[in-house]
Design a protein around this ligand. Structure first.
Ligand code: SF4
Length: 370
């Protein structure tokens, strides 16, 4: 048996011995039973001194929320750092921003980002199944002041109707699969009424943190609205196991094209062996390894950030040791615009970091972590 599966089973037997298979496999049960406070979390694991300091020092922090399934998976894994705050999160560095991609500047509406002319990012919900400590949209996600309402959806749909240059809509959030089937279908139906919208893409981490959400009903609904793509936020080979494989296979069998998005994180996946295993496993799961991202410059992210040099070395090694299919694009998104990292886009390096050329050929800067 896969070691991840036995870890999950042991956790379940220890903490949820009375729970039936039906309950455990219900995505609503998983969501309802997420620990959302440090006190609740301590019922399942012992917090480290760094984690206790992080919980004690926060006034306004990202919400905590981890599905029991994912909690079982991460307690013994380097993924733990991605869900449970560390002391390093309390340090706000000068290069960090609340809105590191400057999305608000490109938002004609509060929940719509229109940066590139042919596509828009449609924020469908402020909710996620789990909350990642390095989230680029930490300013929006969770139960805080930000709420995405039905009237926001309608305004977004009207905007897309009025802009015939938009051919791709990325339904994200939060997590697009957090929506129930009816709400998601409403959006897909409305988008398919707009003749110039060709591609619909869902942004989600749910297939690997709440695989129970990917039901037969969901995929039967999705297949009516093709072409539907899914950008899967996946970090580590531990997330690809026999349980998530069922969810991913359902999506792929229903014709959803899945491409991966991985954030390169210090102490989590910043080793060649991990990235190689992840990319090769993605291919085996019928997912296209697509993007490896430098961590965005959000508040409290320095303890997560890796150097660009390290990423380039891993990508080069991957080219030598693995199939070309397993080599993702390596991307940084500093203030000023996205850069696909390669010798052609690196202008120079000094002791502060990298001077790069963005997608428009303009200079941008990505600082090296100190
Ligand atoms: S799932 Fe995505 S949107 Fe949600 S907290 Fe994680 S990174 Fe942010």
């Amino acid at each position: 048996m896969n070691h991840c599966i036995s870890t999950i089973q042991t956790f379940r037997q220890q903490f949820f011995p009375q729970i039936t298979n039906e309950q455990w496999n219900s995505w609503k049960w998983q969501l309802q039973n997420r620990p959302k406070t440090p006190e609740k979390l301590q019922q399942y694991l012992e917090l480290t001194p760094s984690e206790l300091t992080a919980f004690g020092g926060h006034q306004e922090r990202l919400p905590l929320g981890i599905t029991p399934y994912y909690l079982a998976l991460i307690t013994q894994s380097s993924l733990r750092k991605t869900m449970i705050p560390q002391e390093g999160e309390l340090l706000i560095s000068p290069e960090e921003r609340i809105d590191p991609l400057c999305e608000e500047k490109d938002s004609p509406l509060p929940n719509l980002v229109h940066r590139y002319s042919d596509r828009v990012l449609f924020l469908t919900t402020q909710n996620c199944a789990v909350y990642c400590r390095y989230c680029t949209r930490a300013r929006l996600v969770g139960q805080g002041e930000h709420r995405v309402s039905r009237s926001d959806w309608q305004q977004n749909l009207d905007y897309i109707h009025q802009h015939s240059e938009i051919r791709e809509v990325i339904l994200s959030g939060g997590d697009a699969l957090f929506l129930d089937d009816g709400s998601l279908e409403f959006l897909l139906q409305e988008l398919r009424k707009i003749p110039h919208v060709q591609i619909i893409r869902l942004g989600s981490k749910i297939p690997v943190v709440l695989p129970q959400r990917v039901t037969e009903d969901l995929v039967q609904m999705l297949r009516k609205y093709h072409p539907v793509y899914l950008s899967l936020h996946v970090l580590h080979p531990d997330e690809l196991n026999e349980v998530s494989k069922v969810a991913i296979s359902r999506l792929v069998d229903a014709g959803v094209v899945i491409a991966s998005q991985t954030v390169f994180l210090k102490g989590v996946n910043d080793r060649f062996e991990i990235i190689r295993e992840l990319m090769e496993k993605l291919l085996f799961f019928r997912i296209r390894p697509y993007a490896l991202y430098q961590c965005d410059l959000i508040h409290g992210s320095r303890h997560f950030r890796t150097s660009i040099q390290q990423g380039i070395e891993i990508i080069e090694k991957l080219r030598l040791h693995s199939s070309g299919y397993a080599v993702p694009h390596y991307i940084a998104d500093p203030p000023g615009g996205k850069v696909t990292l390669s010798p052609q886009t690196i202008i120079s390096r000094d002791e502060q970091g990298y001077h790069l050329k963005n997608w428009e050929g303009k200079p941008v800067f990505y600082p090296d972590p100190i």
